[in-house]
Design a protein around this ligand. Structure first.
Ligand code: NAD
Ligand code: UDP
Length: 311
């Protein structure tokens, strides 16, 4: 075995791909999850590997284990799920970060935080670079997630400065792919499931808001490369695909790729929904020698195939 690695949120969408990749590189992987949005079906196949273990645990409570590395992913990521119990969402981000940083400090493990483009809020700088401090509403319905993640970044930097904990912070932009929960509520999975079922495609607002969509395999490569950077590199580093699309363009693409008869309907736009989002990835290019390889059409075809098989 290579390293022993803890993945919190390992049964979720990103976590399950990360566990698979780390196992394929001959590491021992402990997947910790409370199954709030994750699912055992995402990781069941990995259990055949003797290097894989699962632990039901909630990271708002301390957890002890001897590991070399920690990837801290535990946190609901879809607005409907993180807004379901906003106080719990903040506890997960903040108390979870304190617990995992405390663990990293005790066992001298390297720890990576899955932060988010949401730290930029509804950005008035475009595209977003890591040195942009963001435009975030501290009291809105998205704040439990955005401010929780911002506080987690603060904790990571303070544990690094005060206690010399070896940290890495990545800011993930909208990512999609197989293993997303059909009820996840985020735009790509919603539109694909609706298109395949022939149901109305629900665009919130007029669909002119933009997002830049990254396929899961590109993100996983970027995460591993970040973890393997030299000790002096802490991030934050943006990981995302700079190809930007409006939500209306995304809906039209998915209707065309699925050859669906679904009609587009417009629903009300949730408050504080960011109008635009696009990563500047010059830092990731320079430090990680990384850039996304998979175009939106190619990634959507793979994701549509996954959901077709699930239905
Ligand atoms: P997901 O909801 O599929 O996965 C989150 C996982 O964390 C789930 O398995 C859930 O059960 C688990 N979890 C939630 N609260 C927990 C707690 N208190 N204790 C233990 N486990 C808990 O979402 P995802 O898309 O895989 O996101 C993973 C991480 O990446 C999250 O931290 C998210 O904020 C971050 N992120 C994701 C995206 C994206 O586009 N997918 C973008 C930015 C940031
Ligand atoms: N969205 C939409 N229809 C849906 C789900 C989402 O129009 O069924 C919109 C949402 O309002 C937002 C964009 O798609 O403008 C991305 O939403 P998602 O929840 O995927 O991610 P986030 O807003 O956190 O980037």
């Amino acid at each position: 075995m290579n390293k022993r690695i803890l993945v919190t949120g390992g049964a979720g969408f990103i976590g399950s791909h990360l566990c698979a990749r780390l196992l394929s590189e001959n590491n021992e992987v402990i997947c910790l999850d409370n199954y709030f949005t994750g699912s055992k079906s995402n990781i069941i196949d990995l259990l055949r590997n003797p290097g894989f273990e699962i632990v039901r645990h909630d990271i708002i409570n301390p957890y002890n284990i001897e590991v070399d590395e920690i990837y801290n992913l535990a946190c609901p990521a879809s607005p409907i799920h993180y807004q379901y119990n906003p106080i719990k969402t903040i506890k997960t981000s903040v108390m979870g970060a304190i617990n995992m940083l405390g663990l990293a400090k005790r066992v001298d493990a390297k720890i990576l935080q899955a932060s988010t483009s949401e730290v930029y809020g509804d950005p008035n700088v475009h595209p977003q670079k890591e040195n942009y401090w963001g435009h975030v509403n501290p009291i809105g319905i998205r704040s439990c997630y955005d401010e929780g993640k911002r506080c987690a970044e603060t904790l990571f930097m303070d544990y690094h400065r005060q206690n010399k904990v070896k940290i890495k912070i990545i800011r993930i932009f909208n990512t999609y792919g197989p293993n997303m929960n059909p009820d996840d509520g985020r735009v790509v999975s919603n539109f694909i499931v609706q298109a395949l079922k022939g149901e109305d495609i629900t665009i919130y607002g007029d669909g002119s808001q933009t997002r830049s969509f990254q396929y899961i395999d590109d993100l996983i490569e970027g995460m591993i490369r970040t973890m393997n950077t030299s000790a002096s590199f802490t991030g934050p580093v943006n990981l995302g695909n700079p190809d930007e699309f409006s939500i209306l363009e995304l809906a039209e693409k998915i209707i065309s790729l699925t050859k669906s008869k679904s009609k587009i309907v417009h629903c009300s736009l949730p408050s504080d929904d960011p109008k635009q989002r696009q990563p500047d990835i010059s830092l990731a290019k320079e430090v990680l020698n990384w850039s996304p390889k998979i175009k939106l059409d190619e990634g959507l075809v793979k994701t549509i195939k996954y959901f077709k098989n699930k239905m």
